[in-house]
Design a protein around this ligand. Structure first.
Ligand code: ADQ
Ligand SMILES: OC[C@H]1O[C@H](O[C@H]2[C@H](O)[C@@H](O)[C@@H](O[C@H]3[C@H](O)[C@@H](O)[C@@H](O)O[C@@H]3CO)O[C@@H]2CO)[C@H](O)[C@@H](O)[C@@H]1O
Length: 614
């Protein structure tokens, strides 16, 4: 079990001083929204592929094994006589879905968890915005009209079918016009730390479109599931942007007799972002007054203004049927007090929250097939491969090429959450050791500048790359000996999972999923929990980084080091295990017709030729 130091509890205001807690106050007037009308429907889109074939085999096996196949009714929900043996209808909704759109881990999860659920025989759709002209997603020609204030807004659905998942992209100028070209951080605002003024409108559109998609899209992607998903569905809403989904479901759809048995699971990937807006904006969301209290929130923080607000995430939590987060330890932290629960701890104590640790995409992150690294390897060849990959990495960033120098990597969004400022402050305390350090990240300008300074300060020892660079991220994960993750808070963290799969040891702060996934002295090094007061760097945390780095360097090249590499690589880190836990939770919601999935074969590895290429 990882050693966890006594927590440095932050003051109430700490996380907002990090600049991460609120959505911006809306200044532009928002339009009213209402229930939409659908216009066109369409038929099947593509022929079967290998995933379908596997599903066919899996389903056939199950039908024989469990003899419980059923025929779905014709009608509003599902069209013809579709024979299907098991499963749920799952609709994942989020603002990012990798690899089409991603600023960080939210995109990874929406990219990886849905295929894992599909691999277990569930029918799975994801709904996210169409920020760009994704070349693999086709126009379904299905449109729905949204009543927005006095105007009507039309959204159009694009679709592709990858790794057993119907990927739906919502097309509307509010997404495409702003983010045309490179998505990255422009998903939420023009630059890091700045939000688009109409984000409430944009995310309302997403929620409404997601509520329409299962009813209006007739999809024939798979032999075993065709026609619309229908109304017996579970929505999995992710983070504050999707909070209006359960609200519209409850107050607009259900009273009309639509989605009677549908349920919503709300997943918190980061409680630091809650979507706090001016209280008056409630009247613009077209929700009845009975929901006002779910949004009502007295903001204890100063930014942007103190006082009464609406809080989207609070409403998402209260109006959903189940609340989840991305690791068990983070779930405990969230209910531990105002600092780590960021003023929603009291609400979460009432609703309860379940933590399921994230899996990782073992297809994208596979050292034996990784297209970004020059030498492929597995657990039996890691000790020969890593020195070569380290040299390639050193050459790539312009550091002296020497396989005998231990290399420490860092990858992350440059927000106070990730602690790159703590790392930078600690460097002078360990840089005299035989070590090199490579830091990759984008985000706050001040932190990007800190990174760019590294090369000037330590030309022979350190490099900072202020870019969003996927190939370099893979090279670092493979070529570094250690990954540094000095997060002030970390709901789950994926970097340490990627690192372990590549035989790279993590040095982590003892928070959130880092506690659940990294075992001290076995798969990595725990530094104790850090001060979540983000305005300043706590000298105690700086010392913790420096001393733990020295502790890690001391075992470099020893048998213990080799043993730890092997332990890391021997782990099962895929979505398979987490998907089973998710299934258990989602089944417990009791949506009509839901049945357990099947212990299917892993679909993902068989669908390599079917990965996205946006
Ligand atoms: N400059 C860069 N270039 C290339 N790739 C970069 C990059 N910066 C980041 N990435 C990539 O973005 C992802 C970040 O993953 P994290 O788990 O650190 O997520 P993040 O904090 O964004 O998400 C939140 O959601 C996830 C998912 O639930 C939680 O794991 C996490 O704790 C929570 O904060 C990784 O795939 C990483 O390689
Ligand atoms: O996948 C990476 C993260 O993506 C999401 O976080 C974004 C957040 O939801 C947005 O609101 C925005 O956050 C800004 C915030 O709104 C603003 O007031 C200011 O504090 O700056 C913030 C950063 O720009 O952008 C976030 C991404 O940077 C998702 O909610 C997280 O779980 C993911 O970690």
């Amino acid at each position: 079990m990882a050693a966890v130091a006594a927590s440095n509890i932050a003051s109430v205001s700490s996380l907002v001083k990090c600049g991460v807690t609120s959505g911006s106050e809306s200044k532009a007037p928002l339009m009213k929204f209402g229930l939409m009308k659908n216009t066109v429907t369409h038929n099947g889109l593509r022929s079967l592929n290998k995933v379908d074939e596997l599903r066919t085999r899996t389903m056939a096996k199950v039908t024989i094994r469990k003899a419980r196949s059923k025929t779905f009714k014709t009608g509003n929900a599902r069209t013809s006589e579709i024979v299907c043996s098991s499963g749920m209808n799952l609709i994942f909704v989020g603002t990012e879905v990798g690899p089409w759109s991603k600023t960080g881990g939210l995109g990874d999860v929406l990219g990886g968890l849905p295929p894992a659920m599909a691999a277990n025989g569930h029918r799975v759709m994801s709904v996210s915005p169409r920020y760009d002209q994704y070349k693999d997603a086709w126009d379904t020609k299905v449109t729905v009209e949204l009543q927005v204030g006095d105007q009507k807004e039309t959204v159009r659905f694009f679709h592709c079918y990858k790794r057993g998942v119907d990927r739906i992209f919502v097309d509307h100028p509010a997404f495409l016009e702003k983010v045309w070209g490179k998505t990255r951080s422009k998903i939420y605002g023009p630059i890091a730390g700045e939000d688009y003024q109409d984000n409430q409108l944009r995310f309302s559109l997403l929620c409404q479109a997601a509520l329409e998609a299962p009813r209006v899209l007739s999809l024939n992607s798979s032999k075993y599931f065709s026609g619309p998903y229908g109304e017996d569905v579970v929505f999995i809403a992710n983070d504050w942007h999707t909070s209006l989904l359960p609200c519209y479901l409850k107050t607009i759809y259900k009273p009309k007799g639509i989605y009677k048995s549908a349920r919503v699971a709300f997943c918190i990937h980061n409680i630091a972002y809650q979507g706090r807006f001016a209280f008056n904006d409630f009247s613009l969301l077209n929700l009845p007054d009975e929901l006002k209290s779910s949004f009502d929130f007295i903001d204890g923080y100063e930014k942007p203004t103190k006082g009464r607000k609406i809080n989207w995430m609070k409403a998402g939590i209260l109006e959903s049927d189940r609340v989840l987060t991305v690791s068990p330890y983070y779930a405990k932290e969230l209910v531990s007090g105002v600092d780590k629960g960021v003023e929603l701890d009291n609400i979460l104590r009432k609703t309860g929250i379940t933590g399921i640790v994230n899996g990782m995409d073992v297809q994208e992150w596979n050292p034996s097939t990784d297209k970004y690294i020059g030498v492929k390897y597995d657990a039996s060849t890691v000790l020969n491969a890593k020195p070569l990959l380290k040299e390639a990495l050193q050459a790539e960033v312009g550091l002296p090429v020497d396989r005998n120098i231990p290399v420490i990597g860092f990858i992350g969004r440059l927000e106070e959450q990730k602690g790159s400022d703590i790392l930078v402050a600690a460097i002078p305390q360990f840089i005299k050791e035989n070590v090199q350090i490579i830091v990759l990240g984008t985000g706050k300008k001040s932190m990007e500048k800190q990174l760019e300074q590294l090369e000037i300060l330590y030309p022979e020892k350190a490099r900072g790359v202020a870019k969003f660079n996927v190939p370099l991220a893979h090279m670092i994960i493979a070529g570094a000996d250690f990954m540094m993750i000095p997060s002030r808070f970390e709901p789950c963290g994926l970097i340490q999972l990627h690192a372990m799969r590549y035989g790279t040891l993590s040095i982590v702060a003892s928070t959130g999923g880092l506690v659940d996934t990294v075992k001290e002295g076995f798969t990595g090094f725990q530094m104790g929990s850090f001060n979540v007061e983000c305005e300043a760097v706590d000298p105690a945390d700086v010392t913790a980084v420096a001393t733990t780095v020295k502790r890690a360097l001391a075992i470099y090249g020893t048998p213990v080091f080799t043993e730890m590499i092997k332990s890391c690589m021997a782990q099962e880190l895929s979505w398979k295990g987490p998907a089973k836990k998710w299934e258990e939770v989602l089944l417990s919601l009791g949506v009509a017709g839901s049945e357990p999935g099947v212990e299917g074969e892993e679909i993902a590895p068989l669908a390599k030729e079917n990965v996205a290429s946006p």
